[in-house]
Write a protein that binds this ligand. Structure first.
Ligand SMILES: [Zn+2]
Length: 164
């Protein structure tokens, strides 16, 4: 018994019906989506996508970090990405705490995380605007790369576009 037995069992079933062996690593719909790790978000399902269509970049809060930028550069120049959607969501845990809150919590558990920047989100709209600007102003990405932002509502399943 391991902590992952259920997953390997599910995969054995999945592989018997696998039909995606012809897909390549290029994004067939030319899309990259930056979204949160929140377990309520089904990025492919909510956008009408399927395996092979898009690059999905996930982290806490859907933040455009240095590593997200690195990944977008690779996605654009190597893997067919021609548009980027940044998609945070309602009821995000990252919007409910500050970095100091997280440091205090981990300190109470005996762990010093002060060398980590958690990129918590005190103002979700401001953070999204900041992150969209980070992509649009990156010297490593094409200046005409379409970059969009939208907030996914975890209660309704609706995607609310934000003004550019
Ligand atoms: Zn979240």
């Amino acid at each position: 018994m391991s902590a992952f037995d259920d997953l390997f069992a599910a995969n054995a079933k999945y592989a018997t019906k696998f039909r995606n062996s012809d897909l390549t690593g290029r994004a067939a719909r030319g899309l990259a989506v930056v979204t949160c790790m929140d377990s309520r978000i089904d990025p492919l399902g909510l956008l009408g996508l399927k395996a092979g269509d898009a690059k999905i970049l996930r982290n806490a809060g859907a933040r455009v970090t240095d590593d997200v930028l690195r990944t977008l550069v690779l996605a654009v120049y190597l893997l067919g990405v021609e548009r980027v959607l940044v998609m945070p969501h309602t009821d995000c845990g990252m919007a409910k705490v500050t970095d100091d809150d997280v440091h205090a919590l981990t300190t109470s558990r005996g762990v010093d995380t002060r060398s980590l920047d958690f990129h918590t989100v005190p103002d979700q709209n401001a953070a999204l605007r900041h992150d969209l600007t980070r992509i649009k102003s990156s010297p490593f990405l094409p200046p005409d790369l379409p970059v969009g932002g939208a907030i996914y509502d975890v209660r309704t399943g609706k995607l609310l576009p934000v003004a550019p």
